[in-house]
Design a protein around this ligand. Structure first.
Ligand SMILES: NC(=O)c1ccc[n+]([C@@H]2O[C@H](COP(=O)([O-])OP(=O)(O)OC[C@H]3O[C@@H](n4cnc5c(N)ncnc54)[C@H](O)[C@@H]3O)[C@@H](O)[C@H]2O)c1
Length: 434
């Protein structure tokens, strides 16, 4: 098949490279000149395991090309994916400007029947808006399909090549059949294509993210109770996660959820609901709890230092919003570090992949270090914010030696408190006994 993917970010680039890997011809289109030039040279602008190899293979086999010319992508393709960003507006609703700009461009360039696919996460009713934006600019026939994406940054290629399910929301058979053919190589094993109408598909994506975010906020609330009653959230988590009706995923207490999806998608479903006059009380609480949770680690630090943070130096490990990505959008590290800086502390930080992004976020307000042990040189305490594998078994003797106040704040509960304490360090987790 001939496919265009408009937007070559985390979703568009992965989708394009994966579709090219099964023999399709794919044109990746972006408005960012610099990004397209780098991609043409086989340079990947983001960190995503396995992606570089796939993109380079696609280019070498001449199945994957990149362009800034939307009209070229549209004319040369039968299926056109819209995978541009949908950031939040001031009021929390999804900003559809990029999606509608692309839709207008598609309308102007259409040269025959095409299948247009909303791959971006977009609110209920967007397929109609996209349809109208195209229809007013062309006489050619087309159909708009909703195919929300469920990949996880850090495991995106794997998720795309072996999806747990593919959702196809379409109002005619051509949309259902063509997308099912395109995805067939990825779902041969479990055949999990779920066909539905467009509006249900649009809502499925937001419901999934709101549900996962709710599990996290739920556990963060229970963590607060654990601290009060002297229980350990890690025991509680294992205890409930072993129940097959609950399952073990997304039950981790910590510093709150962040990233480019959960915060914005939770807000966007709340906006949609309020537009339709529906109160989503559970999801409202999910967001409220998360806003509080982002401050929890700083409050623990402030409490430990009795408010005397000024002049202290903190080492921070992990800046991306989660491991295996360099994405720092809505990362809890930003809230924690900015709170420390505002309180007059100095921060020395390290992340295995997000250092370049961090430079853009913090400028020279934070000392960015070469590795995790350089951060603790001259530091008083250590704060772990994202749980990269590299941080799971550190040399605690070295930390005890270098940290002046011998204190560690484990924002993800990855360390065994007793073991850490055996090195003479003070341990602070989330929802665990102090
Ligand atoms: N990142 C994720 O993990 C993830 C997972 C599932 C769904 N999504 C959704 O997918 C969509 C894209 O997310 P992302 O993380 O890939 O975003 P991103 O910001 O990484 O990439 C978006 C790309 O679109 C390009 N773009 C913007 N306007 C354009 C235009 N008019 N023409 C061509 N290109 C344009 C930008 O230059 C950028 O390269 C969002 O709706 C997001 O919610 C993201």
């Amino acid at each position: 098949m001939r496919v265009a993917v408009i937007g070559t970010g985390y979703v568009g680039l992965v989708a394009g490279a994966c579709f090219a890997s099964t023999g399709n011809h794919v044109i990746g289109v972006d408005i960012d000149d610099d990004k397209i030039n780098r991609l043409r040279r086989g340079e990947i602008p983001i960190y995503e395991p396995g992606l570089e190899t796939l993109v380079r293979e696609g280019i070498e086999k001449e199945r994957l090309e990149f362009s800034v010319d939307l009209a070229h992508g549209v004319r040369e393709s039968d299926v056109i994916f819209i995978a541009v960003g949908t950031p939040p507006n001031e009021d929390g609703s999804a900003d559809l400007q990029h999606v509608l700009d692309v839709a207008e461009g598609i309308g102007r360039a259409l040269n025959g029947f095409k299948i247009i696919v909303d791959k971006s996460t977009v609110p209920v009713g967007t397929a109609s808006l996209v349809t109208n934006a195209i229809r007013t600019r062309t006489d050619h026939a087309f159909t708009v399909v909703s195919n929300p994406e469920f990949l996880k940054e850090g495991d995106a290629v794997n998720d795309f090549l072996k999806p747990e399910r593919v959702i196809i929301g379409a109002d005619d058979d051509r949309g259902h059949d063509t997308l099912a053919r395109l995805y067939r190589p990825f779902i041969l094993k479990n055949n999990r294509i779920i066909h539905m109408d467009v509006v249900s598909a649009e809502l499925t994506k937001y419901t999934a993210n709101a549900f996962l975010a709710t599990r996290i906020s739920f556990m963060n609330e229970i963590a607060r109770l654990c601290e009060r009653v002297g229980a350990d959230i890690e025991h509680v988590r294992q205890g409930i996660g072993s129940d097959s009706r609950i399952g073990p995923a997304f039950l981790y207490a910590g510093v709150g959820y962040g990233g480019s999806c959960f915060p914005k998608d939770v807000q966007a479903i709340l906006r949609t609901a309020s537009q339709y006059g529906v109160d989503l009380e559970i999801i409202e609480a999910t967001e409220r709890v998360n806003e509080g949770q982002k401050k929890v680690m700083f409050e623990k630090i402030a409490h430990q230092y009795d408010g005397g943070i000024q002049g202290k130096t903190f080492a921070v490990w992990g800046l991306s919003f989660k491991p295996r990505t360099d994405d720092m959008r809505e990362a809890p590290s930003i809230v924690i570090i900015n709170s420390l800086l505002a309180a007059g502390a100095e921060v020395r930080a390290f992340d295995p992949e997000a250092m370049q992004v961090a430079r853009g976020v913090f400028g020279d307000t934070v000392t960015l270090c070469e590795d995790e042990y350089e951060t603790v040189e001259g530091a008083d305490a250590l704060v772990l914010v994202s749980e990269w594998n590299d941080f799971r078994t550190p040399d605690f003797a070295k930390l005890a030696d270098r940290l002046a106040d011998r204190a560690v704040f484990d924002g993800r509960n990855i360390w065994d408190p007793e073991y850490v304490r055996s090195f003479g360090l003070t341990y602070h987790g989330v929802g665990r006994k102090v």
